[in-house]
Unconditional design. Structure first.
Length: 133
């Protein structure tokens, strides 16, 4: 697994299903685990590389225009986290336990998570793939 994660073309995602009665912990824990365990603790890659594998690289490979990058005109999808404490908290017994170290989540410019709880905003939407010309 570590060799695959380190590969320059490896993207990081999750296939957790949110409507399962008892979801797999990876639904809530995949990304924080990569940042905390694989990045910080094991040192497989720098923080910037881990974030890129979850955002810009994935958006580029899937043709998600104006996603995955911080730039003027792009959609404001941001997660503000503490690099020293971020890690998964989800377990099989508590599969929806919020990750450690996440302060704020913004989706499409709207605040959806802050102060350890959801805000109730649901600005997400289905994304269309754009074919490269």
């Amino acid at each position: 697994m570590q060799r695959i994660l380190k590969h320059e073309k490896a993207m990081i995602g999750s296939d957790g299903l949110p409507h399962d009665a008892s979801p797999h912990p990876r639904l809530w824990g995949s990304f924080p685990r990569v940042l905390g365990h694989y990045g910080r603790t094991l040192g497989l890659f720098p923080l910037e590389t881990a974030v890129h594998k979850m955002t810009g690289l994935t958006a580029k490979n899937f043709g998600l225009q104006d996603r995955g990058l911080l730039k003027e005109g792009a959609f404001a999808d941001l997660v503000l986290f503490d690099a020293e404490t971020i890690d998964a908290a989800a377990t099989y017994d508590a599969p929806t336990a919020p990750a450690h170290g996440i302060d704020t989540v913004i989706v499409n410019g709207s605040l959806v998570w802050h102060g350890g709880r959801p805000t109730g905003a649901r600005p997400g939407r289905v994304l269309a793939r754009h074919q490269a010309s």
